[in-house]
Design a protein around this ligand. Structure first.
Ligand SMILES: [Zn+2]
Length: 468
C-alpha cells in the first residue's frame, strides 16, 4: 500500500514534490498506528523547534529542557521522610498534619542569581551562604543559565534541600542532614540506542522522513551535514533516497531526543554522497567522506534558511522585471520576506549599501579571489558593518524585494576574480582532510560503519521489494 495521501505537514517546511513511503504495509490497523505515531513525532518536533540548528555532533539543546520537566524520582521520594521524623511518638490521636515544608521550582531567567531568588522568596540567606561554601557544590551553583531549573524545599524559609539539573544525566542534590548541608550527584543514566532510518523523496525531504518515522530534527541535522554538497532548495529530486545510522537518547525507557548522526548515505540525482561522524582522541567531532575528506567546505551551497524556500533555478529564465531573456548571473531563492540570509563562507564585508537594481546588497570578500553577493535584502543584520569579518553561516541580512524585484527573494552571486560562476555547481575549496595521526583509526571505524550502513541498505531494498 502506498500512503501518498498523507496531508499532515508543516507548511513552512513544504517543498515541491510528492512522496511515497516505501516500507509501509498492507493492514489498515497498522496504518492507524502509523498515523498516530506521525502525530506524536510532529508534536515532539514542534517542541524541539528551536534546537534544529545545533551542531550535529552534540546532544540537542532541547535535551536539557526536556529533562528538566522530568523530576528525578529519588528527589520526589525524599520529602515525606523529612516530615515523618518531626512528629513525636505519641498514643494520642494525632492532629491533622500541618504542611511543614514547601517546595519551590524556579526556572532561571536571564540575570537571576540564587541571591536574588532567595531574597524574592524570603528564604534564609544564611543557608545560602552555607550552601555556597560546600567545596564540591560551588562550581555547580555559582553560575546559572537561563532555563535551568532549581528546586528548593524549605520550612518557613529554612532550606531543607536544593537541587539543580546539571545535564541530561546529572542532578546536583544538596540536603541538610544533622544541621549541615551535604552535596551529592544523582545520576540518571541515559542509553544511547543506534537506529537506522530510510527515506525516499516524493514531495519533500521532511515529508519523506516523517512518513518513514524519522523526526524533523534528524533531517535538519542531516541537511546540515550535507549542506556543502547539496543545495536543498534546488538539488533535491523525486526518487532521491537516503540511509542514515543515528543515535537516539533514551532514559528510563523513554525517548528523550535524537543524538548525533553516525553515518549517512544520500543518493541525489544520480550521485551518492556519504558522510561519517568521527571524533578524534582530542574530542573533536567532524564529518568526513569514507576516504577521509572533510564534509565541511569553504562555502555552503544555499546561503539561507532553506526550509522556507521554494523556487526553481533556470539559467536562461525571463527576468520578471526587465522582461528580457538574459543569462542570469546568480541564483534566485524565492523566500518569504524576513528569511535569514547567511554568509556562505568566512569572509570580510567589502560593501554594504544600496546598488540600484540590487537594492540593499552585501558583498563579501573571501580570501584573494572570491567574492559573494547577496541582493534585494529587506534589511541588514544590525551587527554587520563594512570592513568587518564574518563567519560562515553568520546572519548578514534578511530576504526582501528592494531594488528591481517583484517578489521577495535572495539573489546570490559567486565570483572568482570578478567572473560570475554558478554558485550551485562551482567547485568549492576543500577544508582540511582527516589529520594524518588519526587516519588509521578513522579508516578502521569508517569501514565498520559503512559496512553497517550497506547491510541496512540491503535489507531495506529487500524489504521494499517484498512488501510492495
Ligand atoms: Zn536574480
Amino acid at each position: 500500500m502506498e500512503i501518498s495521501a498523507l496531508t499532515r505537514r508543516k507548511s513552512s517546511l513544504k517543498q515541491d514534490y510528492k512522496i511515497r513511503a516505501t516500507h509501509d504495509d498492507k493492514k489498515s490497523n497498522r496504518f492507524t498506528i502509523f498515523v498516530i505515531t506521525i502525530l506524536i513525532f510532529i508534536a515532539i518536533a514542534s517542541i524541539n523547534n528551536k534546537s534544529f540548528f545545533n551542531q550535529p555532533s552534540d546532544l540537542p539543546a532541547g535535551v536539557d529542557k526536556q529533562l528538566n520537566k522530568n523530576k528525578p524520582e529519588s528527589l520526589q521520594a525524599l520529602s515525606p521522610n523529612i516530615i515523618l521524623e518531626e512528629f513525636p511518638d505519641s498514643h494520642l490521636p494525632l492532629p491533622l498534619p500541618e504542611k511543614k515544608f514547601e517546595e519551590i521550582e524556579f526556572t532561571i531567567q536571564s540575570g537571576d542569581t540564587l541571591e536574588v531568588l532567595f531574597q524574592r522568596e524570603n528564604l534564609n540567606i544564611g543557608d545560602l551562604a552555607l550552601i555556597n561554601n560546600i567545596p564540591s557544590a560551588k562550581k555547580y551553583i555559582k553560575f546559572l543559565r537561563p532555563n535551568d531549573m532549581v528546586i528548593i524545599e524549605h520550612a518557613q524559609g529554612n532550606i531543607l534541600s536544593l537541587s539543580r539539573h546539571l545535564d541530561i544525566e546529572n542532578t546536583l542534590f544538596i540536603e541538610k542532614t544533622d544541621g549541615t548541608f551535604k552535596a551529592s550527584l544523582i545520576k540518571r543514566e541515559v542509553q544511547v540506542r543506534k537506529k537506522f532510518g530510510y527515506g525516499k523523496i516524493e514531495t519533500s525531504l521532511f515529508e519523506s522522513a516523517i512518513a518513514n518515522g524519522l523526526n524533523e530534527n534528524l533531517i535538519m541535522n542531516l541537511a546540515e551535514i550535507l549542506a556543502w554538497d547539496i543545495d536543498f532548495v534546488f538539488d533535491i529530486r523525486i526518487n532521491d533516497d537516503f540511509y542514515v545510522l543515528y543515535e537516539e537518547i533514551w532514559q528510563d525507557d523513554k525517548f528523550i531526543a535524537n543524538g548525533k548522526i553516525i553515518a549517512v548515505e544520500f543518493n541525489n540525482n544520480g550521485r551518492t554522497i556519504q558522510a561519517i561522524n568521527y571524533t578524534n582522541r582530542d574530542g573533536e567531532a567532524n564529518y568526513f567522506t569514507p576516504d577521509g575528506k572533510s564534509m565541511r567546505k569553504a562555502f555552503v551551497r544555499a546561503p539561507l534558511d532553506f526550509t522556507r524556500v521554494s523556487s526553481n533555478f533556470n539559467p536562461n529564465r525571463k527576468h520578471p522585471i526587465l522582461n528580457t531573456i538574459r543569462a542570469h548571473r546568480g541564483v534566485d531563492y524565492a523566500a518569504p520576506k524576513g528569511t535569514i540570509i547567511k554568509a556562505s563562507g568566512d569572509g570580510k564585508v567589502i560593501f554594504k549599501g544600496v546598488k540600484s537594481g540590487y537594492g540593499n546588497v552585501i558583498i563579501l570578500q573571501h580570501g584573494e579571489d572570491i567574492t559573494t553577493l547577496y541582493a534585494h535584502m529587506s534589511r541588514f543584520a544590525a551587527s554587520i558593518k563594512k570592513g568587518q569579518r564574518v563567519k560562515q553561516n553568520q546572519t548578514i541580512g534578511f530576504v526582501g524585494s528592494s531594488g528591481l524585484a517583484t517578489a521577495p527573494h535572495l539573489h546570490y552571486e559567486y565570483r572568482i576574480k570578478g567572473t560570475h560562476q554558478n554558485p550551485r555547481t562551482v567547485v568549492l575549496p576543500q577544508a582540511a582532510p582527516i589529520k594524518k595521526i588519526f587516519k588509521e583509526d578513522f579508516e578502521s571505524k569508517s569501514k565498520v560503519l559503512m559496512d553497517e550502513l550497506r547491510k541496512f541498505k540491503e535489507t531495506q531494498i529487500y524489504s521494499s521489494v517484498v512488501m510492495n
